[in-house]
Design a binder for this molecule. Sequence first.
Ligand code: F6R
Length: 261
Amino acid sequence: MEVIIQPNRETAALLAARITAHEIRGNPHLALGLATGKTMERVYGNLVLMHREARLDFSLCRTFNLDEYVGLFPADPHSYRHYMDEHLFRHVNIDPRNTHLPNGMAADLEAECRHYEALIQRFGGIDFQLLGIGKAGHIGFNEPLSALRSRTRVKALTPTTIAQNAPEFGGTDKVPRRAITMGVGTIMDSRRCLLLATGHSKAEVVAQAVEGPITSMVTASALQLHPRCTVIVDQDAAGKLREKDYYRWIFENEPEWEEYR
Ligand code: F6R
């Protein structure tokens, strides 16, 4: 894992977008794994600007989202399909046929999960996966006790996650109780991952995920085993990390990061 500490949430999101853009430019056929949530909104805002102002080209990209709520139609304003359309897809030159999310309305949810895994495999696996982290330590909707080798499946959301997402729905009682999510194992198979976390409310869980033991209680901690994982945090989310000076030294001195400093 590499940890990069940025001064604030804007610079953190911009850096995540610049790294994503670099991946897309390096491989126009990139299989791009996408996350939703508040944190990602700024990343997508930056990617849209890069498309408009610097001709960032999505025309050959394929995207695979981490998750979708069970029981919401794609057109539902709370669905992740709708989120992606609003924040990214309809603003860039991506072919809608190349954008994939699990279908939370499938009659046979287990078959849908198997189908989603097979689809990712058919396109050769995910090259670059964007991730946020939930207050329960989840990546995707891999809630505490998710098997660290799990594949795409239906998960029940924890009260912490329901409370975290309730403002979007206008109350906890309106949040769907289940979602289809890529498994921790699915995410671990991606060739590169980038986790972005901002704000004080993520400081504790970021410290657990990055510097704590690998445990299914904090599924993001499995990323410690990933061969190429970059974690970008702002000062607030970095608040409880012990090795901040070391992480800062690496970003300031290692040649790999020169173009991003
Ligand atoms: C959503 C997802 C989740 C979020 C996480 C953080 O697709 O994968 O893991 O990334 O819950 O959400 P925010 O950014 O809203 O705090």
